[in-house]
Design a protein around this ligand. Structure first.
Ligand code: PMP
Ligand code: GLN
Length: 390
């Protein structure tokens, strides 16, 4: 009776792990969300808009103030020249923006190149839209792609490629050379890139985010997707942005109008305010996140764990075998949450084929005391895992 694409899906790993953490009272380094409540001035703005503002349907494409603020933000931070009126649509989170792009653009039989590991909404929606995913597997420790991998994945039926950069769960900010290579493929083969750039603002140290839309030949063939949830550490808000040249943007807006039509106006108003006044936040937030990353990393290394580098996102990855853990990631993650009280994400859950089972993802967007507690619990989980082997 039900569509098998959805009826055969498990509950997402994020919900599974957060559910276990809630039930078991575990420290939750699984699903990616900060334990900080987020910028107070922006939350106050949203509250004020609920009480004193407009509570009816906002315009379908989003509040003009927010669309203008998005275009101005990307002009300031990434040198883009987006026209707010014809190129920016507000969505209910990046998840909806992705769905609008897939439903709006894909025709049955179109091949869509997707890199795994991936955000887990991609494949079901691509398939429901009639697309045929062609997977490229990224591998630790560098998680990068090469020409031969693209040559193997792109065929004459390829119409789209989905790129997540900075990469969740890898914590990689792709270098210019990799992006230039992908842009070269898109232009040569007349392919549209759907770019999930929700982590663009959460990058550390010298890392620079380069939007694929700015590469030669890409301006008219790229959909750029952002998320205020990640920009401001307000993941429950689900306010996203879809940016594309007018011909594509019009079609995306048609899909958006029948997915959600609009997004809560108060949150839109508050995000517009955040983008206009957020210079200090955008400077400080990555420094705070990098300090948390370094604290978790140092604690884990002290306990004898091996960690992979993280240049962006909220995530740090453990190399399990190099950390002395022989179990596959999912078995270890279940042991850690059930027996040691710490939730994580086994990265294998974000692959469809030939999963990497040696990497455990940890969210470091937490207070010092939570991170320190988690380190102790992960050490306990490893001890239990070693004992179980004997
Ligand atoms: N894409 C990626 C890569 C993500 O990590 C996330 C959220 N964790 C999303 C999309 C979804 O963003 P939103 O919450 O705005 O729907
Ligand atoms: N993308 C978030 C993460 O990686 C989770 C989002 C969700 O739970 N759907 O943790």
């Amino acid at each position: 009776m039900a569509n098998p694409i959805f009826s055969s899906l498990p509950t997402t790993i994020f919900e599974e792990m957060s559910g276990l953490a809630r039930t078991l009272g575990a420290v939750n380094l699984g699903q990616g969300f900060p334990d900080d409540p987020g910028p107070e001035a922006i939350r106050a703005k949203a509250a004020d808009a609920v009480v004193n503002g407009y509570n009816q349907y906002p315009p379908m494409a989003g509040l003009p103030d927010l669309r203008q603020a998005v275009a101005a933000h990307y002009a300031r931070t990434q040198g883009l020249d987006l026209d707010w009126a014809s190129e920016v649509t507000v969505t209910s989170g990046a998840t909806e923006a992705l769905a609008a792009a897939f439903f709006g653009l894909i025709q049955p039989g179109d091949e869509v190149v997707v890199f795994q590991p991936f955000y887990d909404s991609y494949l079901p929606i691509i398939r429901r839209a009639g697309g045929v995913p062609r997977l490229v597997s990224l591998q630790p420790p560098h998680w990068r792609f090469e020409r031969a991998m693209l040559e193997a994945a792109f065929t004459e039926r390829t119409r789209f490629v989905v790129l997540n950069n900075p990469i969740n769960p890898a914590g990689v900010v792709l270098p210019e050379a990799d992006l230039a290579l992908l842009a070269e493929f898109c232009v040569a083969r007349d392919v549209i890139a759907i770019c999930d750039e929700v982590w663009e603002q959460v990058i550390f140290g010298n890392a620079v985010h380069r939007p694929l839309i700015a590469f030669p030949g890409m301006r008219g063939r790229t959909v750029k997707i952002g998320s205020a949830g990640k920009m401001f550490g307000l993941t429950g808000w689900k306010v996203g942005f879809l940016c594309a040249a007018p011909a594509i943007a019009r079609t995306l807006a048609r899909a958006h109008q029948f997915l959600t039509f609009t997004t809560a106006p108060h949150l839109q108003a508050a995000v517009a305010f955040g983008l206009e006044t957020g210079a200090d936040w955008f400077a400080e937030m990555p420094r705070t996140m990098a300090r948390a990353r370094d604290r978790l990393s140092a604690g884990l290394v002290r306990e004898g764990f091996a960690v992979l580098p993280s240049q962006g996102t909220y995530f740090l990855n453990l190399d399990l075998p190099a950390s002395g853990v022989d179990e596959p990631d999912r078995a270890f993650a279940l042991r850690a949450v059930k027996q040691a009280g710490v939730a994580s994400i086994p990265v294998s859950a974000l692959y469809e084929e030939d999963p990497v089972t040696s990497v455990l993802r940890l969210c470091f967007a937490k207070s010092d005391s939570v991170l320190d507690e988690a380190v102790g619990r992960l050490a306990k989980a490893r001890e239990l895992s070693l004992k179980a082997k004997l």
